[in-house]
Every structure is written in structure tokens, then in C-alpha cells.
Design a protein. Structure first.
Length: 85
């Protein structure tokens, strides 16, 4: 995927993931960063289990990125000590 596609998928996944984990966003930049990292993590996990990872701007890639984003956000909150609401 191109950089723009990663940013778009990361923004969407970070926003959805932060709403799932703590009901309020972490901020636009942190949502994008955690979403992109989540897309990478989700793609890695999906590849481990035999499915394809993020492939472009489509619903499947957003689902993969959201799963990874939720995992990254839970780890982020555990490390930083922020509590989920």
C-alpha cells in the first residue's frame, strides 16, 4: 500500500479502535500512529493465522487494522497506566 493509503486506513482504524477501547480518542496524531502500528500488527497476526493482511483501502483491511489497533491500544494503556473508561 502507498503511504497515503496507510495513513487513511490508520486514521480510520485508530479512531474506531480508540472508540472501542476507551470511548474517547487519543488525539488525531496519536490515533493515526496507533492505527498504522495496529494495521501492521493486525496484518502480522492475520498472516500468522493464514489470512491476508491489510491490502488497500477496503473494509477487510480496515477490519484487520482495527483488530491490530485495539491490541496496540490495550498494550499502550497498560504501559502508560491510563485506565479505560
Amino acid at each position: 500500500m502507498s503511504i497515503i493509503a496507510w495513513l487513511v486506513v490508520g486514521l480510520i482504524a485508530g479512531f474506531i479502535g480508540s472508540k472501542i477501547v476507551n470511548r474517547s480518542g487519543e488525539g488525531l496524531v496519536l490515533d493515526i500512529v496507533l492505527g498504522v502500528v495496529g494495521a501492521v500488527v493486525g496484518g502480522f497476526l492475520f498472516n500468522m493465522f493464514g489470512a491476508s493482511g491489510a491490502t488497500g483501502i477496503n473494509l477487510y483491511s480496515i477490519l484487520v487494522a482495527v483488530v491490530g489497533s485495539v491490541i496496540v491500544l490495550v498494550i499502550y494503556h497498560a504501559v502508560t497506566g491510563r485506565r479505560r473508561v
